[in-house]
Write a protein that binds this ligand. Structure first.
Ligand code: UT7
Length: 333
């Protein structure tokens, strides 16, 4: 069987930096609270005509360059996001058009914070079965346009940032390298603990706006923060251990854990629970906040640029979030 390697990575974040002090001018919050509870110092928020697909385009171009392939060598796109340009169609097709690719397939993945690992698992299977040779896997999120920027929304709004990350997943004849396994989970009973209800087929536009156009909270993301936190700190170690056990490896074998950047406190908890050192766990939430499906590919691309991902290293990706969904991937780089 073929092996699927990550041949190239790239990321893009908007130029506009929004600090915690900037947020405190919009709502009742402060730098100290945000840093203490989340580790976030600043995030990027789009302030021009950029979009989920335009950020994905920039990240993809970098990943294609990094992989050293021609864009026409790509034979499939998998695009993970919870903030698509349109309700439908998903942004995979827009990316296909903007990259100027032939009429290859484009699949949209709706798994929020776990979206990139779910997308990676799809790519992994298509490569391993021989269906495709080079797959563009993207995670991109434009949160800032849809957040409640008043004190009412502060528990959610201070956390999220915009950005995109991409990876080229390619066939390799070398079976000692590549994606070793992926592990996917869901628990839909908690779907409404972290959700954006409307507009949707359950709550159409007229229902969530009164006659004067006044909004109700359903148009903004809702998160039961402490509930999500408690589940996250259990599921992260569980799904990382599942991947290690499957591959007869131990946590001491991990060279770098790249967790979904949800909250620095969650990452620190996981680090301790897994017996890892601070250097073995990658964090960039300080700069970008939580970019949902984009957070792992942005972190992976940055870690690579910083020389923290080297040939032969054992890299573990792990995520937990809305759905609930959670996932892990082990990669021999
Ligand atoms: O990526 C998807 C998965 N998401 C996650 O994994 C997020 C998981 N949850 C979390 O990261 C944390 O629960 C939060 C960072 C969202 C919140 O931290 P917390 O320590 O759980 O705070 P809390 O929600 O319990 O709120 C504590 C207090 C409350 O005030 P009272 O009721 O104690 O007076 C909040 O009203 O902090 C208040 N608060 C704020 N204060 C200043 C909530 N948000 C803010 C804010 N600034 N932005």
């Amino acid at each position: 069987m073929n092996s699927a390697i990550i041949k190239g990575t790239g990321y893009y974040v908007p130029e506009n930096i929004v600090t915690n002090d900037d947020l405190s001018k919009l709502m009742d919050t402060n730098d100290e609270w945000i840093i203490e509870r989340t580790g976030i110092k600043e995030r990027r928020w789009i302030n021009n005509d950029e979009s989920t697909s335009s950020m994905a385009l920039e990240a993809s171009k970098k990943a294609i360059k990094d992989a050293g392939i021609d864009k026409h060598d790509i034979d499939f796109i998998v695009f993970a996001t919870l903030s698509p340009d349109y309700y439908f169609p998903g942004p995979g097709v827009t990316l296909q058009k903007e990259l100027g690719l032939n009429t290859i397939g484009a699949l949209d993945v709706r798994n929020q914070c776990s979206g990139f690992i779910y997308a990676l698992s799809v790519a992994d299977q298509y490569i391993k079965t021989g269906m495709y040779n080079n797959i563009l896997v993207v995670g991109s999120e434009y949160h800032s346009g849809g957040l409640d920027k008043t004190t009412r929304g502060r528990g959610v709004t201070v956390i999220f940032g915009d950005g995109a990350g991409a990876a080229i997943v390619s066939k390799s004849p070398n079976n000692d390298r590549g994606i070793l396994s992926t592990h996917l989970h869901s628990q839909g009973e908690h779907a409404e603990e972290l959700t954006l209800i409307g507009p949707s087929t359950r709550r159409w536009v007229p229902e969530i706006f009164d006659g004067k156009g006044k909004d109700d909270e359903a148009i903004y993301p809702y998160m039961n923060g402490t509930f999500v936190f408690k589940h996250a700190v259990t599921r992260f170690p569980e799904v990382i251990n599942e991947a290690l056990t499957k591959n007869k490896l131990q946590s001491t074998d991990i060279d770098l854990l790249i967790p979904h950047q949800a909250n620095l406190r969650i990452s620190q908890f996981v680090q301790k629970k897994m017996g890892l050192s601070e250097n073995q766990v990658f964090s960039n939430i300080q700069k970008y906040g939580n970019t949902t499906a984009a957070s792992i590919p942005i972190a992976l691309a940055e870690a690579k640029l910083e020389g923290k991902v080297k040939k032969g290293d054992l890299i573990c990706l792990a995520a937990f979030g809305s759905g609930f969904t959670w996932a892990s991937a082990l990669i021999r780089w």
